[in-house]
Design a binder for this molecule. Sequence first.
Ligand code: NAP
Length: 245
Amino acid sequence: MSRLAVVCGGSRGIGRAVSVLLASRGCKVAVVSRNRDAAQATVASLDGADHTAFSCDVSQEQDVQRTFETIHKNQGNISYLVNAAGINRLNVCLLHRDSLLLRTKAEDMVALLHTNLLGTMLTCKAALRSLLHSPGAAIVNIGSVVGHKGNAGQCVYSASKAGLEGFTRSLAKEVASRDVRVNLLAPGFIRTDMTAGLKEEQLRTIPLGRFGEPEEVAKAVLFLLESPYITGQVLVVDGGLQLAM
Ligand code: NAP
């Protein structure tokens, strides 16, 4: 029987590439993002049948609960949860969400933390009962090399991603006895809408000399989802960027 995967932030970028890869491997995919049409467009491009699109803001608890209840009721137990919904200051939908700390408004800090950190906590909580009933279930949260190394102008974004590391390790400990695994994947610069404003000179900071592609991150996500003896780990996918930071 095919596994059910929920991909939050599956309408674009890394989440979209994860949805495409999981569908090509026979998963039923529930694509979640705020923009339903964009989620539906991803669904329309997937191999196979029975994929679904959901409009849901991961930072809103009731929205998240309602969405996961519907997925569970209509499609059964969730095997995989991938948390790729996120924003930063380069996000085309929410410009200038972070910058130097002195210039960052508290309301913008809250908006970013609510999406990147609280959002992942809420989706994990909402999916957990379903995951506990699915043998070999796994969660992959998407962090960032910035969460590990820090970056001037990204205090709040970095804090949200560092928070995800602690959350991932702690949840991994909470659910390991029930054979649910939780890992975090930390990308470097990946070519998506989020990095559309980056200049080519940034390439010089990357040892491999190029941005990563969403499909390259998706392969690593699949590896973590399918590796039955890996939990509580951070996998860096950054072309060597962290070596140079
Ligand atoms: P992206 O192309 O901007 O896509 C972001 C996705 O998240 C979209 O599907 C978006 O859909 C969804 N989203 C944003 N806010 C949401 C919310 N409140 N509720 C539900 N969905 C929401 O970004 P990306 O580059 O693929 O990034 C994916 C993840 O990787 C993020 O967590 C990001 O921080 C992380 N990351 C990216 C890079 C990079 O270089 N690209 C590097 C390190 C880490 P809607 O707008 O329709 O909601």
